[in-house]
Design a protein around this ligand. Sequence first.
Ligand code: CO8
Length: 253
Amino acid sequence: SGPAVQVELQEGAGVAVMKLKSPPVNSLSLELLTEFTISLEKLENDKACRGVILTSAVPHIFSAGLDITEMHGKSPEHYAEFWKAVQEMWLKLYKSSLGSSPAGGCLMALSCDYRIMAENPKYSIGLNETQLGIVAPFWFKDALVSTIGHRAAEQSLQLGLLYPASDALKVGLVDQLVPEERLQSAATQVMAQWLATPDHARQITKSMMRKEVVDRLLKHRDADIQNFVQFISRDSIQKSLQMYIERLKQRKT
Ligand code: CO8
């Protein structure tokens, strides 16, 4: 099937483009998460790379979020392993010293420095966990609050809102809307602006801004895994997920 994360490093510009390529919907499986984290780590250690643009190689979609099948009908050991990989990916991306400009998606997008979304009312972004009968963990919540503020986050999380592009811009969940065919060029433009700031000053500032949120997960990492495994293993939660998966399949005509 080939790599699910394509990486192209533009040496001259010092910018790498990472593309998720796991059709049909780039759902974040254990395998994809692991591959993503390793690829990002490589770029972090590459002196030639100063910024990352995160996007998708699958048309019309950035990512469907976590792979629901990794959270359904599996063993507690599997849930723990999966959740650890989700934490790992988030910590790597959220703390990344590299600048990033993704094109949509939410969990990963919230970890980036700047979000550009395709201007299409059919596309939406949000943390919709409650719609699945599950609860976004505190560090997802923290990242959302940091981005759109407490009041909007409260509403967004309780209702599990998926914002269409124009609403996402209004609430501040994304920074810019562009026609789909201009995503790449817009990302390159924004990246140039971010990279015009001296790296060390930008990196220290970013780390200062994000430190509290990162430290909170680092401090409670194991408890967070236990919590996830316990929660996701409940019969009632497994039933909710089962129903959601069935509804997804029925949606097809
Ligand atoms: N995981 C696994 N499989 C998925 C997912 C997913 N997230 N999303 C879609 N699929 C599957 C579909 O079931 C379908 O499978 P099949 O072909 O076997 O029927 C296939 O991918 C294609 O999907 P669609 O036909 O629906 O494709 P469309 O292009 O019509 O729509 C969408 C794409 C809009 C992305 C749509 O698939 C969708 O809405 N998916 C659900 C997205 C979602 O709700 N994600 C949230 C996941 S939960 C999460 O990320 C955070 C959990 C935090 C943990 C909480 C702690 C307890």
